[in-house]
Design a protein around this ligand. Sequence first.
Ligand SMILES: Cc1ncc(COP(=O)(O)O)c(C=O)c1O
Length: 408
Amino acid sequence: MTFDVSRVRAAYPALSDGYAYLDGAAGTQVPSAVIEAIADAYRAGIGNAGGAFPASGRSDAILAECRRAIADLTGAVPEGVILGPNMTTLTYRLAETLSRQWGPGDEVVVSRLDHDANVRPWVQAAARRGAVVRWAEVDISTAELPPGQYAELLSERTRLVAVTAASNIVGTRPDVTAIAAAAHAVGALCYVDGVHATPHVPVDVGALGADFYATSAYKWSGPHIGTVVADPGLLETLSPDKLVPAPGGVPGRFERGTPGFADLAGVAAAVEHLASLDPDPKTATGSRRERVQASMAAVEHYETELFARLLGGLSAMGHVTLYGKAARRAPTAFFTVAGYTPREVAERLAARKVNVWNGDNYAWELTGAFGLRDSGGAVRAGLVHYNDRSEVNRLLAAVAELAPDGVR
Ligand SMILES: Cc1ncc(COP(=O)(O)O)c(C=O)c1O
């Protein structure tokens, strides 16, 4: 059965503005169901959590349902779902907390494939504790992160391995399962950045072997909320800084201050939206976990085909240089265009109603390794499940226009 992208697109009011939203890697648009869920929460009346009156009870219910929804999306349990404003804030919080157990001579392993949000919090925490940072390197010719190197990088002193499930610029999806297994073999924890992977593939934190898995709802059609999921038993062993009267249990003690309850209702609606994307009626009756897994498999299939068209078109252009060609990748292209800065390309594309990003996109280490960081990075065009062929064609036509005469 084919993925009905026009049905999907109709769910997103913002897509009717005529722009091709190929900027989803920096944040997606939001379907009506999510907008309505947020508005409905406010319409119904919500209060702060834990009170004796119904509006407070509604907030308690929203919070509980949000944890269940994220558990269904990731394969975690609701009691292990930590909520916060975004992935960066939560990762700093976890780095502060986990690094309390580190001392001089301990080691952490980070990768040059990662977004800086899964690098710097660990590097800075290591510096405070006198711990050593080891770097997993990217093969620049392919943008692969070879898992074999972890055998050399890990030792009985390794306390934590931080690695991404997908690069936010070149899409590389490294072998997290192998890397996590290697970390566990030396008694280290594995912190996986799932921000870029989650919108594109079915997620199963157990199968990945992730001790912590971070993702942000605004990358998968939800509002600006971040989450880290972990085994509640592991969370029980950790003591983040917290206010004395704030919840002392798990996961509440990792959450600071009052959350945006209405947005949390939007997160649950976004998971329901993802779960509804599978066009196959055979799976429509399953649990939300089953539906979301089937849907994301359909999304992965659809996006992979569309991405092949995008990559095929760009790689046929002599004035375009593409970065990365990993065997397994999220549908995200990173490229430069001869004769134009990345910003100029983005501006020319915007004039053709095509939204793309330019710059390092916070992939600080990787753009440095590519030698692009000081020259304005590159252009990033990313697909999500609401993008279609006509948008890819428009991108390709707009980039083709930038060819100098006779070069194409
Ligand atoms: C792969 C990846 N990791 C981490 C982040 C940071 O996420 P947040 O904006 O939720 O802090 C981003 C944001 O672009 C990202 O793409």
